[in-house]
Design a protein around this ligand. Structure first.
Ligand code: NAD
Length: 420
C-alpha cells in the first residue's frame, strides 16, 4: 500500500471511529465516508518553448452541509487524488471543530512549481481556476493556499475568475495579498492559533506558572511564527530545525536572529552559540512543549517513548502516527490535535471571506482578538468532550467535529438530530 493511499485510509478510519462512537445511522456514515463531489481537470498550458503541456488537477468537496466547501490548493509533483480526498475530509472536520460556517474541500495539481517559469506558473494557475469555475464560487467552494501555492498565486486566480465574471470577486479565494482583499494576521494566523491552544493547554495541565522550554521542528511559516510569538511572550526556545539540520541551546535561541541567519545561509544550522544535533534528536530534547511544524508521521512508535515534552502542539498536519498516539496517551502527554491546533489559518480565511463580502476591513487587533476567542472556545469544547467521553484530545476533536457535520446532514435530510 503506498503512502498516499495510507493517508486516505487513515483519515477514513479516523472518521469511521468517530462515527461509530456517535452511533450514527448507516446512511449518514455512508454519506460522510466519501466526498460529496470530486472534480478532475486537465489543465492546458502553453510552455515557454511554445509547446502545449497538460497537467492533472483535482478539486474535492467533501462536505457543504455547514456552509460552502473550504480548503487549500496544493501544487506538488506527488499529489494524488487520494491525498486530496483525505485533506478535504480533514477540512470538513477542522472547520467544524472551530465551528465556522464552512464545509471541507481541497484541491491540487500534480506539478513541481519550482520547475516552471513565473509565466508558466501564472498561466497554469489562471487556467486551473477557470477549469474549476463552474464548480466553485463565494457561496459554493472557496480555495486558499497550501503547500506549493502562495498569495501571489491567489491574486492571479482571483483576477482570472473576476475577468470571467465581469467584476471583481475577491471572496472567491482567501490567502490573498493585503492589496487585493487579503486579511490582516493571515501570514501568522496558524501560529497565533497554535499559541492560543498551547496557553489553554498549559492552564489545564497546571503548568502556567513555569517558564516553558519549547522545541520546534520546522522553521517555515508555521514553525518560525510559533517560535517568534512564544519567545516574545517569555517562553524559552531551546531547539529548532529545518531541512538543513537541527540546533540546540538550553539557554535559549532568539527566533528572529535565527531566521535572519537562515535567510543568509539557507538553514538554521550553524547559528552561533548552539550545538548542532541530529534532526530526529530534536523531538527528544529536554523541553516542556514540542511543536512539530514540518511533515506528517514524525513521531512514531520508535521515538514516542523518548519524548520529554508534556505537551505536543500539532502545528503540522498528522505529525503523530496512530501507534505513537497510544504510547503518548499511556505516558500522559497531552497532544493538541492538528484539527484544533492549526485551525487558526482557516479561521482567518473565514474572516477574510467575511471582510470581502462586506467590503469592510478589520484592523490587526480586531482580527487577532476574534481569532483568539474562537481558538479558546474550540479548545475548551474539545477539552470538555475529552473529559465527558474519557478520550484523548484527538478523539474528542474528531467526535465533536463529526457530530456537528452529521447533525447538519441529518437535520437537512431527515429533520432529526443525531444524539450523542
Ligand atoms: P513551510 O514550507 O513554510 O515550512 C516547512 C518547514 O519545515 C521548512 O522550514 C522546512 O525546512 C522544514 N522541514 C521540512 N522537512 C523537515 C524535516 N524533515 N525536519 C525538520 N524540518 C523540516 O510550511 P508551513 O506552511 O510552515 O507548514 C508546515 C506544516 O504546517 C505542514 O504540515 C502544513 O500542512 C501545516 N500547516 C500550515 C499552515 C499554514 O498556514 N502555514 C496551516 C495549517 C497547517
Amino acid at each position: 500500500m503506498d503512502k498516499e493511499r495510507n493517508v486516505w485510509l487513515m483519515t477514513q478510519q479516523r472518521m469511521e471511529n468517530a462515527m461509530d462512537t456517535l452511533g450514527l445511522k448507516p446512511g449518514i456514515k455512508k454519506y460522510l465516508r466519501e466526498p460529496r463531489k470530486t472534480i478532475e481537470v486537465s489543465v492546458r498550458v502553453q510552455m515557454d518553448d511554445g509547446e502545449i503541456d497538460v497537467f492533472k488537477g483535482y478539486r474535492v468537496q467533501h462536505n457543504s452541509d455547514r456552509g460552502p466547501a473550504k480548503g487549500g490548493l496544493r501544487f506538488s509533483p506527488t499529489v494524488t487524488l487520494d491525498d486530496v480526498k483525505a485533506l478535504a475530509m480533514l477540512m470538513s472536520l477542522k472547520t467544524a471543530v472551530v465551528d465556522i460556517p464552512f464545509g471541507g474541500a481541497k484541491g491540487g495539481i500534480t506539478v513541481n512549481p519550482k520547475e516552471l517559469s513565473v509565466r508558466e506558473l501564472e498561466a497554469l494557475s489562471r487556467q486551473y481556476i477557470l477549469e474549476l469555475s463552474p464548480n466553485i464560487g463565494i457561496d459554493t467552494d472557496i480555495p486558499a493556499p497550501d503547500v506549493g501555492t502562495n498569495p501571489q498565486i491567489m491574486a492571479w486566480m482571483t483576477d482570472a475568475y473576476s475577468i470571467q465574471k465581469g467584476h471583481f470577486v475577491p471572496g472567491i479565494v482567501t490567502g490573498k495579498p493585503l492589496e487585493v482583499g487579503g486579511s490582516q494576521v493571515r501570514d501568522e494566523a496558524t501560529s497565533v492559533g497554535v499559541v492560543s491552544t498551547i496557553i489553554s493547554a498549559l492552564k489545564h495541565m497546571d503548568m502556567d506558572d513555569i517558564e516553558p522550554r519549547v522545541a520546534v521542528q520546522g522553521f517555515g511559516n508555521a514553525g518560525f511564527h510559533c517560535a517568534r510569538i512564544l519567545h516574545d511572550m517569555g517562553f524559552r526556545i531551546v531547539a529548532v530545525s529545518d531541512t538543513g539540520g537541527a540546533i540546540y541551546n538550553p539557554e535559549g535561541i532568539n527566533p528572529k536572529k535565527a531566521r535572519a541567519h537562515k535567510l543568509k545561509s539557507r538553514s538554521v544550522c550553524e547559528f552561533p552559540k548552539c550545538r548542532p544535533i541530529d534532526p530526529r534528536e530534536l523531538l527528544e530534547v529536554d523541553c516542556d512543549i514540542l511543536i512539530p511544524a514540518a511533515l506528517e508521521n514524525q513521531i512514531d512508535e520508535d521515538n514516542a517513548p523518548d519524548i520529554k515534552a508534556r505537551i505536543i502542539a500539532e502545528a503540522a498536519n498528522a505529525p503523530v502516527t496512530p501507534e505513537a498516539d497510544k504510547i503518548l496517551d499511556q505516558r500522559n502527554i497531552m497532544v493538541i490535535p492538528d484539527l484544533l491546533c492549526n485551525a487558526g489559518g482557516v479561521t482567518v480565511s473565514y474572516f477574510e471571506w467575511l471582510q470581502n463580502r462586506q467590503s469592510y476591513y478589520w484592523s490587526y487587533r480586531e482580527v487577532s482578538s476574534k481569532l483568539k476567542k474562537i481558538m479558546e472556545r474550540a479548545f475548551s469544547e474539545v477539552y470538555v468532550m475529552s473529559q465527558k467521553r474519557k478520550v484523548n484530545m484527538r478523539n474528542a476533536a474528531s467526535i465533536l467535529a463529526v457530530k456537528r457535520v452529521a447533525d447538519a446532514v441529518s437535520l437537512k435530510t431527515t429533520r432529526s438530530r443525531c444524539y450523542l
